[in-house]
Design a protein around this ligand. Structure first.
Ligand code: GDP
Ligand code: MG
Length: 333
């Protein structure tokens, strides 16, 4: 359920996720409990937070002081915002720089490979939504199993390809090989099958060609080759951490491949609340929107009025009406 938590909550949650220090975790969790809005829609979340708190307190009590928390603990990063995107690629391809350029996260950036050993999470803004990005250690024979576990759980696998390297197109295949060996099949959005039977899992892939500003050897030519070889299957965007416009193009591309719609709710006689859209998979109906607002509302929903995609403004629609991105809806129950 969409719970519409305030941005401060999301920030506290990010702190909670991005530290393995139990005391820092506890502090962030307490802050989250204060900041979570207290209404029916957040009931389950609040119960969950309480459970996490007592578990964490228990852990802190049990733990001998100053033991290091193993990085193996990273088995799951809870999804936040409109969707979760993992940044993957070969060492030095520019993952951490990209994360730092579009979020407030501060990953370590270095001109040597293997500078990233733990995942770093950041929230990237696109218009009025937030997309969660996760920077991971690079593909290599040393990559630990938890890296692939996080890839399996993500909505989108963003494959970063370094345009400043010779023959960047080769690293697409190399990356896909690593993923395939971990039983992760990464396909373009057209070939994505939500109910993929396996073996393994299927994920949607986006190619992000990085360092488009780099002089050597020939980024424009390299990009062309990438397009020719992989453009049919995967959406491709070129970025440079120095070029705002390109970064904005990437924000949009990731929003599009997530394939979600934003719906704004309004009360009768009042304007729509434009800050916090409900985010649902494309193809969702009025009934799905009602469920997202409040689970009881799904049962009591009589009809809705809709502004945006409807034939005329304020048109009455039934529960099976498919909503579109940007629709404003007024629920009558
Ligand atoms: N010219 C240029 N260099 C970049 C860009 N992004 C990253 N780099 C450089 O590439 C190197 C590796 O970057 P990093 O983000 O640590 O890569 P990671 O190992 O994939 O996380 C660093 O020296 C960065 O300064 C870019 O857009 N343009
Ligand atoms: Mg890195």
């Amino acid at each position: 359920m969409t719970t519409n938590v305030p941005p401060e909550y999301t920030k506290a949650e990010l702190r909670y996720r991005s530290t393995s220090n139990l005391d820092e975790k506890l502090e962030a969790l307490k802050e989250m409990m204060v900041l979570v809005p207290k209404h029916k829609g957040t009931e389950r979340l609040r119960v969950d937070l309480k459970k996490r708190l007592s578990k964490l307190q228990e852990e802190i009590q049990k733990k001998p002081k100053q033991t290091k928390v193993s990085t193996q603990a990273w088995e799951h990063i809870e999804r936040a915002g409109a969707g979760q995107v993992v940044l993957v690629g070969l060492p030095n391809c520019g993952k951490s720089s990209l994360l730092a350029a579009v979020t407030h996260a501060k990953p370590e950036i270095a001109d040597f490979p293997f500078s990233t050993f733990t995942p770093t999470v950041g929230m990237m803004t696109f218009e009025d939504v937030q997309i969660q990005l996760i920077d991971l250690p690079p593909f290599s024979e040393f990559a630990e199993p938890w890296v692939y576990n996080l890839v399996r759980q993500a909505d989108i696998v963003a494959m970063l390809i370094d345009l400043s390297q010779p023959a960047p197109e080769d690293s697409v295949m190399e990356g896909l090989d690593y993923l395939e060996k971990a039983n992760i099949k990464v396909v373009g959005p057209k070939n994505f099958d939500k109910s993929f039977p396996g073996p393994g899992v299927m994920r949607k892939g986006q190619i992000i060609a990085t360092k488009a500003d780099a002089p050597a050897p020939e980024p424009t030519e390299a990009l062309k080759t990438l397009q020719e070889m992989y453009g049919e299957e995967y959406p491709i965007v070129a970025v440079s951490t120095h070029e705002l416009e390109k970064l904005n193009g990437m924000r949009r591309a990731l929003f599009e491949i997530l394939d979600v719609v934003r719906v704004y709710s309004k009360k009768p006689g009042q304007p729509a609340s434009k800050e916090a859209p409900y985010i649902l998979p494309r193809g969702s109906t009025m009934l799905d929107v009602a469920k997202a607002i409040h689970h009881d509302l799904a049962e009591s929903l009589k009809f809705a009025r809709i502004w945006g995609s409807a034939e005329f403004q304020g048109q009455r629609v039934e529960r099976d009406h498919v909503v579109q991105d940007g629709d404003i809806i007024e629920v009558h129950s």
